[in-house]
Write a protein that binds this ligand. Structure first.
Ligand SMILES: [Fe+2]
Length: 576
């Protein structure tokens, strides 16, 4: 047990735990009978060759919420972890010496790595994983094995930058969104351009469910910006894009210097009416409706029903610069040496975060602010849970947020100096407890809060599991986010726990807790998602790696590496 004032960074087990399968059992409370399905987690594997751990090759982890499910012993709960064996990872396994680190992940003569390590994306009975610098990757819902990447590179309009190789480089988003009416996925592609000014040009990308070999893309006319698009959101009629503002490529750093760029105080937002691209030939520019919002956000979620405007819960990332990470030799904001166990992890929030609900009125060009919440303890809002059923998105009731608390041990002096004129150091001196909170939508009134006073507890990716959903169904009894459970994973060097809350009564504390049978710990996980348990790979057209191994692409790869490419292409042809 650690107390305020102790030097306590996040658990060292986040970087030292292996990826493995194990079983959990109920250690307190009673596991309810009306919960089902499973929670998926994305995780960068810590293979140890990249300075920034969040760019490493991805794994998918799965926690079954059903005792005895997914091969667990009776009464126990399965935790499974699988390396995502994409074509790039298969080439890495054969030729690790060919892959070097860069500020945007592994680069190699084979091309760019698609790490697919950030977020699981359930889509009906199909499961995808995503990251910001690659295409969505589909996994088998039973075995979790790699199945296919989405969309031939030519249909994406080519790589974001011409880099050669057989692995395309596609800057995209970690959070595409599933359109339940059009049966498509909305995502983006970013490419550096010189016109109309130097920066990133975004394109809206649509992938239709029946055919994974092709996507369509439409550049946003006249738009360039200097950031990234971490999330895509939507209402029934609109796609919402914005500059996340918290991850900026610094040219000085790319050439080996220190970072000097800092994140913006406000960001551009672009709304595109879905009708605008209906039947519009791929590649044709489309004009968005533009807004400006503050603070920058990593994650935002629109209500599906847009009859009275596009209502969005905007999870602020105030002074959370995700391009900063902890390096060997760093000192923290209090002058202490950084714990070697957290080297390679990201620099944590330097201010409390704002969460707000706003309504965009694209026809009028106005924004209405409905409700805002911000308190001094509200540090490290990076993860949340909501009801993703179409019914729940239509009329959301509760939005659950995991605040990890202030962690001065994970804020470097370098970062504090870079932001010296924008931070309040007095708020950054002490560790503060994490808390799981429930906010009412759209008022953003705090309806529930459960605190984690043990500073050794690092709470991560929560997920909402609806109460009493029938097998294969996303919607439970009363959709919206209050009728069901919040699954709250808790990392701790003394053992990983899963705490289960009644979503309507988070303040009452967990109703049941799971722990590993041998006090197992888990490595760093990023986003999570709840999904019903599916077992079959659905029939669909899918992209084969071999379709991208063209003579032209192969010609850009050194001859002595061709054998590995052909081997991987043959292996992937056998996958389904
Ligand atoms: Fe994210």
């Amino acid at each position: 047990m650690c107390h305020k004032g102790d030097h306590m960074p996040v658990p060292a087990s986040l970087t030292s735990s292996p990826h493995r399968d194990f079983e959990l059992e109920v250690v307190s409370g009673a596991w309810p009978a009306d919960i089902g399905g499973e929670v998926l987690f994305s995780s960068p594997q810590h293979l140890g060759t990249l300075p920034y751990a969040i760019f490493d090759w991805g794994a998918i982890c799965r926690l079954s919420l059903e005792p005895g499910g997914r091969g667990a012993a009776p009464g126990r709960f399965a935790w499974q972890s699988r390396s995502i064996q994409s074509p790039g990872k298969r080439l890495f396994d054969r030729h690790p010496e060919q892959f070097g680190g860069s500020p945007i992940g592994y680069q190699s003569p084979f091309g760019a790595a698609n790490a697919s390590n950030t977020a699981p994306l359930p889509w009906g009975d199909r499961l995808y994983v995503t990251w910001d610098a690659g295409r969505p990757v589909e996994l088998h819902p039973e075995t979790l094995e790699f199945v296919a990447e989405v969309g031939h590179v030519d249909t994406w309009g080519g790589s974001s930058m011409p880099m050669g190789g057989v692995l395309p480089f596609l800057m995209s988003t970690a959070h595409p969104v599933v359109d339940p009416e059009r049966h498509c996925l909305w995502t983006v592609k970013l490419e550096p351009v010189m016109e109309p000014s130097f920066g990133m040009r975004p394109s809206l990308v649509r992938y239709d469910r029946h055919d994974g070999t092709a996507v369509q893309h439409w550049p946003l006319d006249g738009i360039t910006f200097s950031g990234s698009i971490h999330t895509v959101s939507q209402s029934r009629d609109w796609v919402i894009l914005c500059d996340s503002g918290n991850f900026k490529a610094d040219p000085g750093e790319m050439f080996g210097g220190e970072r000097t760029l800092t994140i913006d105080a406000e960001v551009p937002v672009w709304l595109i009416r879905k009708e605008q691209v209906e039947g519009l030939p791929s590649g044709t520019p489309v004009t968005p409706t533009c807004f400006t919002m503050a603070p920058p956000t990593g994650h935002y979620y629109a209500r599906w029903d847009d009859t009275d405007g596009v209502s969005v819960v905007w999870e602020g990332m105030d002074l959370m610069d995700l391009a900063l990470y902890l390096r060997p030799g760093d000192r923290d904001v209090n002058g202490n040496p950084i714990d070697p166990g957290v080297v390679g992890l990201y620099n944590m929030a330097m201010a409390p975060e704002t969460i707000t609900e706003v309504v965009f009125h694209p026809e009028r060009g106005t924004i209405g602010h409905v409700g805002t919440f911000r308190e001094d303890w509200a540090f490290n809002l990076q993860l949340s849970a909501m009801d993703w059923s179409t019914e729940g998105l239509t009329a959301p009731t509760l939005h659950h947020v995991t605040y990890q608390g202030c962690r001065p041990g994970n804020i470097s002096q370098r970062a504090a100096q870079l932001y010296a004129d924008r931070i309040d150091l007095s708020l950054l001196r002490e560790e503060t407890p994490g808390a799981l909170c429930s906010f009412e939508r759209p008022s953003m009134e705090l309806k529930g809060r459960w605190e984690y006073p043990d500073l050794g507890d690092h709470i991560t990716s929560p997920a909402f599991a609806p109460r009493g959903a029938a097998p294969g169904r996303y919607a439970g009894g009363e959709p919206g986010g209050h009728d069901g459970y919040v699954v709250q994973p808790v990392c701790n060097d003394d053992g990983f726990r899963v705490e289960l809350f009644d979503a309507a009564r988070v303040s009452a504390g967990p109703i049941a807790t799971l722990a590993g049978a041998n006090r197992e710990t888990i490595p760093l996980v990023l986003h999570s998602a709840w999904m019903p348990a599916f077992h079959e790979l659905t029939d669909a057209e899918r992209l084969r790696f071999s379709a991208e191994v063209t003579p032209e692409a192969l010609a850009s790869v050194p001859e002595e590496l061709h054998a590995a490419v052909h081997e991987v292409a043959r292996e992937c042809d056998e996958l389904w």
